[in-house]
Every structure is written in structure tokens, then in C-alpha cells.
Design a protein around this ligand. Sequence first.
Ligand code: NDP
Length: 248
Amino acid sequence: MKKTILITGASRGIGAEIARAAGKADYKVGVNYLGSKAAAQALVREICDSGGEALALQADVSRLDDVERLFCELDAAYGPLDVLVNNAGKLANFRVDTTDESNLSGLFGVNMFGAFYCSREAIRRMSHAHGGKGGCIINMSSVASRLGGLSGGAAYAASKGAMDAFTLSLAKEVGLEGVRVNGLRPGLIETEIHEMHGGLAHVRELAKSLVPLGRSGTAAEVAAVALWLASDAASYVHGAVVDVSGGR
Ligand code: NDP
């Protein structure tokens, strides 16, 4: 029977590549997006045209009511959830001395609260304690959690440090209930998230000096590891945070 995967923030970048890979791996794919409806629908068409099954689902993961609706829509379309990828995230570029309620809560709302809200809904469906059949949660962190991020990246790095702690703690909480929880720490990956830092040209230049492999990574290289973590091949991998960073 086909498994169901929900990927938050899947309209572009790393999330979109995970969705493509999941479509090829015969999952029913929930493609969540915030505002990029056309991109999400185009991706769904692409997956379906290749023989897969996918559905675009709008929701702001930083809002609990949106997340509840998102999971209900997924239930109605695909039934029980098997894999959640907490991928939605955004970058921020502000010094700590310019912090205000808006820039800080906006960032943590997506990067951290979103992962809590989505995990809450996923566990209520997957956990043996709730009558579920088990499942898998993958949290998208960043090497910023251990390196401190690029300039102006304190809030981003802190949100990803929180994500790592969340992964370890959640793994302890739900491991005996059939839910495997792991994290991924990408390094410099070529996506639109870097527009605020000079775009891809800047990322490729930075990677030459910062990354032991001497290059930036692709979203597909992250997606391959996410699909492995979700698979039975990783059945004894739990509470791990896997670097996908070219050695950085
Ligand atoms: P992109 O900016 O390319 O894509 C971000 C995605 O998140 C989009 O699909 C966007 O949707 C979605 N999104 C943003 N806010 C929300 C929200 N409130 N609710 C739902 N969806 C939302 O980012 P990447 O693909 O580069 O990054 C994906 C993840 O990987 C992030 O968590 C990021 O921190 C992490 N990461 C990325 C690295 C990199 O170098 N690229 C390195 C380390 C970690 P929409 O298009 O509709 O706005």
C-alpha cells in the first residue's frame, strides 16, 4: 500500500525536491505551501504526469488553526499520514541589537513553532498511544545550529539550534510509540532562500572557501537523504541529526 508523506514548504527549493523524490518513490505526496500557489500546483502536475500522486495544500505553518486545517485536508484526501517533513523555514538577516517582536516572532513562528504544531498533529495520527500505526518525522535544521549562521543570522541559528534540541527530545518522547524522529542539517544549498545574502553566485563563491568539498550542494542531494531517513533502510536511525553539508 502507498505511504503518505507531508512536506511543509514544498513549493520550491529543498521541499520541492523532497516532494519530487517522494513522488518517484511511490508516496502520496502532500505539497504544502504558503503563498506560491502556482509553483505548488505546477509541482503537483509534474509529479502526477510522471505517474505519481500529489496534492497542493496551502497553510501557514506558523498558525495553529492553519496547521489543523492542513492535516484535516490531508486526512480527507489520503488517509493516515506516514511521514512528516518539517521543512518550511525562512532566513533572517538582522543584528541582535535591531531585534523587535515582529522580526523575532516571525522567524521563530515558521522555523520552530511550525515544527511543533505540525509534529503535534502528526503524532496525534501516527503514535500508538493515539491508536496510530507509527510513522516518521524529519526536521529540517541547518549547520547554522552549530556554526552560528552567516552574518545577521543569530535568530536563524538560534531557531535551528532549537530545532536540533526539539528533534532529540521528541525522539525520546515518542520512540516507544512507533514514531521515528530525525533531523537534517543542510549546509550551503542552492535555493532561493539565499536571495537576501546575494543569491546563488554569492553562495557558490562562499562555498569555495568554506566547504571542504569545495562547492555548494543541491536540493536533490538533501532530498536523497531525507527519503533515506524516511525509509525502512533507516529503521534503527532515531534521534539523529544528519549533516548534509559537504563536510562543513
Ligand atoms: P526556500 O526559500 O527555497 O523555500 C522555502 C519554502 O518554505 C517555500 O516553499 C515557502 O513557501 C515555505 N514557507 C515559508 N514560510 C512558510 C510558512 N509560514 N508556512 C508554510 N510554508 C512556508 O528555502 P529552502 O528550500 O532553501 O529551505 C528549506 C529548509 O531548509 C528551511 O527550513 C531552511 O532553513 C533549511 N535550510 C536551507 C539551507 C540552504 O542553504 N538552502 C541550508 C540549511 C537549512 P512559499 O513559496 O509558498 O512562500
